[in-house]
Design a protein around this ligand. Structure first.
Ligand SMILES: [Fe+2]
Length: 185
């Protein structure tokens, strides 16, 4: 959800939230149903974060950084790979050994994304655009994330916006992505 501050503060707070979900998952034993529930929440948070970055961060990266196109393309590749892992997880029961094999791969991928953005992309963007622009991007990112569903589990909500997540025929990743981009509304 929205936190506050400029684009870098906003997205870094998302990163800390996701890391804390990783810790929760890792603190639970294999096969524990709570691991599945956390992965569902994590899926929505990651999709929300990714879509907000795709809508507002990477276009700014392309505009302001000299190697922006290559950087943005690499980030998009990373997002696609993470979504693939999330889709694999949503098709697996929490007691399936493949669930436990996939979770550490996902965690490693996302941690690499986080480290890369915070060490390279964010500082470069901060150098390249002024504080007002960073603030404005933070506001746009928050608005984009606010469109996202807050309740990932189909059984949970029966009022908007969470009920849109029960749309049949699509997995959680696609439903969340449709929701944030506005296609699901
Ligand atoms: Fe990020």
């Amino acid at each position: 959800m929205g936190h506050g501050g400029n684009v870098i503060a906003e997205l870094s707070t998302d990163h800390r939230e996701v890391e804390s979900m990783f810790e929760q998952i890792q603190s639970l034993p294999a096969g524990d149903p709570r691991r599945g529930e956390i992965v569902d929440r994590l899926t929505v948070e990651l999709v929300r974060h990714s879509v907000a970055e795709e809508l507002h961060l990477y276009p700014a990266v392309r505009t302001y950084l000299p190697d922006g196109d290559a950087l943005a393309d690499a980030e998009l590749d990373g997002h696609a790979h993470v979504e693939k892992l999330l889709k694999r997880l949503e098709g697996l029961d929490v007691t399936d050994p493949r669930f436990d094999e996939t979770v550490p791969v996902l965690i490693a991928e996302v941690k690499a994304h986080v480290a890369d953005e915070e060490a390279h992309l964010f500082p470069a963007l901060a150098d390249a655009c002024g504080p007002d622009r960073l603030d404005e991007l933070g506001e746009r990112i928050r608005k984009a994330k606010d469109r996202a569903p807050t309740r990932p589990h189909p059984a949970a909500p029966d009022t908007p916006p969470g009920n849109k997540l029960v749309a049949p025929g699509l997995g959680l990743v696609d439903r969340a992505r449709d929701f944030v981009t506005g296609r699901g509304q």
